[in-house]
Write a protein that binds this ligand. Sequence first.
Ligand SMILES: *Cc1c(COP(=O)(O)O)cnc(C)c1O
Length: 354
Amino acid sequence: MNRYWSSLVGSLEPYTPGEQPRDQQYIKLNTNESPYPPAPGVQQVLTSFDYSGLARYPDPESNQLVTALANHHQLRTDQIFVGNGSDEVLAHCFQAFFKQTMSILFPDISYSFYPVYCSLFQIEYRQPALDDQFRIRLDDYAVDNGGIIIPNPNAPTGIAMSLDDIRTLLNKNRGSVVIIDEAYVDFGAQSACQLIDEYENLLVVHTFSKSRSLAGIRIGYACGNPLLIEALQRVKNSFNSYPISSLNQAAAVASIEDDEYFRQGCQKIISNRELLTDELTAIGFEVLPSSANFVFAQHLTIAAEALYQQLKNRGILVRYFNKDRIDNHLRISVGDRSECDALITALKAILSES
Ligand SMILES: *Cc1c(COP(=O)(O)O)cnc(C)c1O
């Protein structure tokens, strides 16, 4: 605390992102980035981009990107909102929809940015507990609330909800906004985008950071009813009129245009994940059923924190959360085949020494 700080700033507990070390080459399996490069068309955009255009502000509405996304999802352009990473889109959502008299709801084990936004925007929240198998109990969400946000698949568990469950959730919550954060949906879950025309209170949030190998350019977007999209535009235009740079917009459009590359990339991650799950199980891990590009696992004899540290000593980063209920689990991003192999080799060595 400092005399120049507002009392709000003094009260914040900011999000701690996964380590991005610059000092040493690690095998990075800690922040759910893609091990594969973005679509080749993205590189073409970057090398042929007319740099003199950077003297101008970008299109404030990012129309080219919104149109490409609308075509991709078979939605209308007034059903899409784009932002500078889905974290920014989510921040606008919290301001636009969740500043309510009643508490909002999200699971006790879920994306740890949500409580951070609540403290920044001074929003009350409750966190219904996942069940013993880390599944969402739908009944917990059939209560009055100021809004709901759930990642699907959930993070850091990787467990997906079915479309039927999401329908049940929506049917019981006609009066508040329900946000499904689909950061990992492309790795095997069903998207709720197809329900947007049925439920005017549904907002679905996506990111380019995971399945499109574009964490570095920071693009995220929301799909929903035009009235929800307009609310997000009102917040955005009260905060930053030009969130997407012209260079980033062009790169993002090139990614969408190469659907074949996108699908193949997701498919490779899914098959690596299945292999990794089998190998981890074979050496004594309990692995939750994942529909994401990471697995959440605990070893039956060695503590997660020790494993995290020993893997780091061997040049492999995974994510450890020192948090109630999950402090014996590791979240391991699915890398390419050689990264998965290196992880298993290191784990076998650690296990044989202990
Ligand atoms: C990674 C992630 C995000 C953030 O994505 P960005 O677009 O990189 O800001 C949002 N929600 C969840 C659940 C995530 O895991």
